[in-house]
Design a protein. Sequence first.
Length: 317
Amino acid sequence: MATRPSGNLIIENSSWNVGATIAYTALSLLSAPAYLHYLGVNQYGIFVLLTTVIAPLGVLNMGMGQAAVKYIAESLARKQPKEANAYLQGTFLTTGALGTLGVLAVVLAARVLTTRVFSFSQADQQIAYAGVPWVAVTWLLSQLAAQFTAVPSAMQRYSIVSTGTTICGAVTMGMGLMALWQGGNLLTVLEVRAAATFATTLCWGFVAKRLLPSLGLRLTITRATLGRCMHFGVWQSIATAGGMVSSNADKAILGMYLSDVAVGLFAIPQMMVSVTYSLTYRAAEVLLPAVSEIDSTEGRGRSFWVTIRVGWILSLI
């Protein structure tokens, strides 16, 4: 929990978040030529389309990551670690259950997606079909890892979140390139990414346990905890759905009517534009745990004042 003035802490955490986003973007841009060299534009386009296929599953998250941050921050501000543990366990179980259903749905639809929805060549359909389960599993693991990162986020320890996320991203990219350098293909990269994400999830679980010792291995969920998280998360899901449509619709349309090569060529400049626009969001993301803590300790009026003031500053940026 914060021990310094809230304003200074918010600025510091925003800096960590923005810095991590810039670092990850730089790593992505630096690794993109190598991936294009080893995979070719064709298979790189397939990779982008596979991640586009998985994107709608984000709605199934039901905003559990943000809900965990909010309610864990409020519980810790009231010095109720057991309550914080209950929220973490509840959101983790909900994410796992809904995410598993989504993964199964995508895997069952893989044949249709790779042969009828997108314009894959006959030679590429098989590798795209084989890659769908790995991309789906990687997505599920990343959602579970996000529940664990909610603990340092709720404690406003964004230095941990930003540093860990950047390191994990760099390791994942490096392992993928190493697999390609040793003669692997797109499917090898997807398998390596799934393994790296599994290891990342375990590491974040260890971090969450260290920061929140009350976290138990026996996962439970209560109706009250689930109800509060779902009530908050449903609005987050609506926002997520809108964001996914705006950021992935163009790639999906290119994949349906043109080719995976066109998607691969479009993906890199589109990523640069998206990251530029996302910097403000990343800077403001730290408000959630800060405002939740203030709301629990200083009252709703003070939390409104902080939100409006910081929002005004970000709008000027």
